[in-house]
Design a protein around this ligand. Structure first.
Ligand SMILES: [Zn+2]
Length: 375
């Protein structure tokens, strides 16, 4: 089973000369150690990547969840390559997947991780949030082809593929809801007034497009637009995933984006990354709010900062979402009388009575009953 997906052997040059050349050019480690003491992988006299790996006749499941892949000796049917006039055998092969290698002709290390320990390592937050993990592929050695393929999938979009359609899928990744939002913002004036998380209130997802809702409340000033109570969901993204995280932040601030480059443009300057864009484009406001909060608090006043979404709340000092700051009921749509669940005698009620400043960031994204309850 493992051998079907991951290989750590030099291909037979007579049977598969193409793969042999790709492996030779991209997947041979070193040589290091006794053969080359100046290799960059050498740390304190030994190879930090643990090459050369031992010869093994059959693939075995490793105790730490990482298998030991089959690496046959040259006496046992294994092949060798000659690099810088040094003969290297299967002990020097970085594990790879033949399909990926043949397709991209680049250094792509593939490993199987099967223990609970290794799965937990990959999905660090296995017990909370959505069941997605983001993987990054980066440059090693001098082989840069991989980036060309990654570049087109700018939003870190996950693309699923098989051996037969991999090239096509990467050239034309399937339309995402974000790309469909860009599309309606190009043609629909009402869409241009919206933030991405708001789109689901007014549009439904149909045949890979957003189309206006037919049911719901009329929207003043926009004949033909209907509003429903549905809320869009933007996946929680770990800040370590820098570009996706800042893309996500921008989507909470930029109305009616028509493209990724639109999102990256502030005051007619297009920034190279979402993070770079975020600094002048958005943090200006957050910075101002934080100054106001600090001013009130420095004179022993009470200032409460809250934001509609958790992602904006993480940027404010003393941050909270409005639901937790004001103990708003969660079912704002269905209840008749709106009150905050705060006891009049409680400390929290006292704080609210005495407070000098309430900042409600992203207020257009909150339900109006939320304000009514708080007031
Ligand atoms: Zn090494």
């Amino acid at each position: 089973m493992i051998d079907k997906f991951v290989c750590a052997e030099i291909p037979n040059p007579d049977v598969d000369p193409l793969l042999y050349d790709i492996v030779k050019a991209n997947m041979i480690h070193g040589p290091c150690g006794l053969l080359n003491k100046n290799s960059p992988c050498i740390k304190e006299g030994v190879c930090s990547k643990r090459y050369p790996v031992t010869i093994i006749q059959e693939t075995q499941r490793g105790e730490d969840g990482y298998p030991k892949y089959r690496r046959r000796s040259t006496n046992d049917g294994g092949f060798k390559v000659s690099i810088k006039s040094i003969d290297l055998d299967n002990r020097w092969v970085v594990p790879y997947n033949p399909v990926l290698l043949r397709t991209f002709s680049a250094h792509i290390n593939v490993e199987i991780t099967s223990s609970i320990k290794s799965i937990k390592y990959v999905c660090k937050y296995v017990t909370e949030g959505s069941d997605h993990a983001a993987f990054g592929l980066g440059k090693t050695d001098n082989t840069d082809e991989l980036k060309i393929y990654l570049k087109v999938v700018e939003n870190g979009q996950r693309v699923y593929f098989t051996a037969n359609n991999v090239a096509q899928r990467i050239e034309n990744p399937p339309t995402t809801t974000l790309q469909a939002f860009f599309q309606i913002c190009q043609t629909d004036n009402f869409a241009r007034t919206l933030l991405y998380p708001q789109v689901a209130s007014y549009y439904v997802w149909k045949n890979k497009n957003f189309v206006r809702r037919k049911q719901g409340q009329n929207v003043e000033g926009w004949p033909g637009v209907k509003k429903d109570t549905a809320l869009g969901r933007v996946y929680k993204i770990h800040p370590n995933n820098v570009e996706c995280y800042h893309l996500c932040l921008l989507l909470h601030y930029v109305k009616g984006p028509t493209s990724y480059s639109f999102l990256k443009t502030v005051n007619n300057i297009e920034y190279p990354t979402f993070r770079a864009t975020y600094a002048p484009g958005v943090t200006g406001k957050t910075h101002l709010i934080n100054i106001l909060l600090a001013k009130v608090r420095s004179s022993y006043g009470i200032a409460i900062a809250a934001a509609s979404s958790g992602i904006a709340a993480t940027l404010l000092h003393g941050r909270k979402t409005v639901h937790s700051a004001f103990k708003l009921p969660l079912n704002l749509n269905t209840i008749e009388i709106q009150t905050c669940n705060i006891n009049k005698q409680s400390n929290m009620a006292n704080v609210l009575k005495k407070c000098n400043l309430i900042v409600w960031d992203e207020s257009p994204m909150s339900h109006k009953k939320g304000f009514e309850a708080t007031v």
